[in-house]
Design a protein around this ligand. Structure first.
Ligand code: FAD
Ligand code: DHB
Length: 393
């Protein structure tokens, strides 16, 4: 197969890249390790920043997102049972977030791509990258028992944390940063109307909890658990009981209902300080992981793609490698910001040390300050809805 950009991975990063390149008149082919059913059933994030929604709208991919997604104009924060609201409108010049499941994004983008007649091979793992230092790199892959090769000008590795892209970068071409956290999230989806029209992030002496949603009939909730915990240790009743205690505040009640999805996700901060080697470019989880508190993962993946498209467009229209060579530097400005914000939200709302300890008092002091200071609330609101691209360019 010959194309201009060979894309590995049909997650949010790979699919957005393919569509955007097509809009700019640049050809691409996507190969995806897993089956279509597997990728579309994978339950993950649900929070889309304003930038991300705007990009999907500009690409003509947001019909269902606009119809079914829910725009939120604020967020609730709980600490020891006290609840405050951070409104976005006034603090962010009208920017918002939208709740719409990642697997719905992936469904929409996959369907739209297949409808254009362009190539997307499922169950087609990339096996080896060749010639990334040359001007005609190749992706060796497998599909339906046969070996294949994509010959391209550039390789975009949008293949997630465990993908081949990062492993193919020379070890001495980047520095790696990792933080693992001593807790995980038990996440559920349940057939019950959300008990709150906006999200609630909560610190409680029993640990963190988050109330989110997917639709008028489906709620998405999370609780902090130990890293060695297992979903089988939790009955549905115990999960609801725990959520109800941790999210509780006076005059508010959590509605419960049948749980149809349960899983545990570990938390880590990870990134590398160089996302390009020769003609190989990394985007999304392939290059960085943030802990999920604050919902930045998917949005960062889409932001990387924006910078990559700028680079490829500059190359094909102006025959210049300048923007592509600046890709890491440009993307990393937002990545550092998101790393800081995700770490901040994680450490603010999770139980890390004994309730009442010095660490706890610092968390409490920050929470009190958010409720007292518009300046402090503003920094949270603007990071949460996502800073405009102009901020970093
Ligand atoms: P991915 O979505 O991981 O897509 C990469 C794709 O590449 C995958 O489909 C994979 O199968 C494919 N691939 C890998 N290797 C190969 C290969 N060799 N050949 C071909 N294809 C390959 N973020 C939040 O903001 N909030 C959350 O609550 C949240 N929950 C999460 C829960 C889990 C369990 C995980 C794993 C992530 C979660 N995230 C969350 C993060 C968010 O989902 C990711 O940041 C987002 O998926 C990144 O998109 P991506 O396209 O970079 O990577
Ligand atoms: C969701 C996940 C997050 O990590 C977050 O911060 C907000 C919402 C969600 O799955 O809806």
């Amino acid at each position: 197969i010959k194309t201009q950009v060979g894309i590995i991975g049909a997650g949010p990063a790979g699919l957005t890249l393919a569509h955007w390149l097509k809009k700019e008149g640049i050809s691409s082919v996507i190969i995806e390790h897993r089956s279509q059913e597997y990728v579309q059933a994978r339950v993950r994030a649900g929070l889309l920043e304003q930038n991300t929604v705007d990009i999907f709208k500009n690409l003509g991919l947001a019909d269902r997102l606009v119809r079914e997604g829910q725009e939120h104009h604020g967020v609730y924060l709980n600490f020891d049972g006290k609840r405050i609201r951070v409104p976005f409108g006034k603090l962010t010049n009208g920017r918002n977030i939208t709740i719409y499941g990642q697997q719905e994004v992936v469904k929409d983008l996959t369907e739209a791509w297949v409808n254009t007649g362009e190539t997307l091979l499922f169950e087609a793992p990339a096996l080896e990258l060749e010639g990334i230092d040359s001007q005609s790199p190749k992706i060796h892959f497998e599909h339906e028992g046969e070996k294949g090769i994509i010959e391209c000008d550039f390789i975009a590795a949008c293949d997630g944390f465990h993908g081949l892209g990062r492993k193919s970068m020379p070890k001495d071409s980047y520095k790696e940063y990792t933080v693992t956290y001593p807790f995980s999230w038990l996440g559920i989806l349940a057939n019950v109307a959300p008990s709150s029209e906006e999200l609630i992030y909560a610190y409680h002496e029993r640990g963190f909890a988050l109330h989110s949603l997917r639709s008028e009939k489906v709620s998405r909730l999370y609780i902090q658990v130990d890293n060695d915990d297992h979903v089988d240790n939790w009955t549905d009743e115990q999960i609801w009981e725990e959520l109800s205690i941790r999210l509780g505040t006076e005059g508010w009640e959590l509605k419960s209902g049948p749980i149809f999805e349960k899983s545990i996700t570990p938390m880590r901060s990870y990134f590398i300080d160089n996302m390009q080697h020769g003609r190989l470019f990394l985007a999304g989880d392939a290059a960085h992981i943030v802990p999920p508190t604050g919902g930045k993962g998917l949005n960062l993946a889409v932001a990387d793609v924006k910078h990559l498209v700028d680079g490829f467009t500059d190359f094909y229209k102006n025959n210049s490698m300048k923007s592509l060579d600046d890709y890491s530097k440009t993307a990393l400005k937002r990545i550092w910001r998101a790393q800081d914000f995700s770490n901040f939200m994680t450490t603010l709302f999770h139980k890390q040390a004994e309730h009442g300890s010095f660490q706890y008092q610092l968390q409490k002091a920050k929470f009190e300050y958010i409720s007292l200071s518009e300046a402090y609330a503003t920094t949270i609101a603007e990071n949460y809805v996502g800073l405009p691209f102009e901020t970093f360019e």
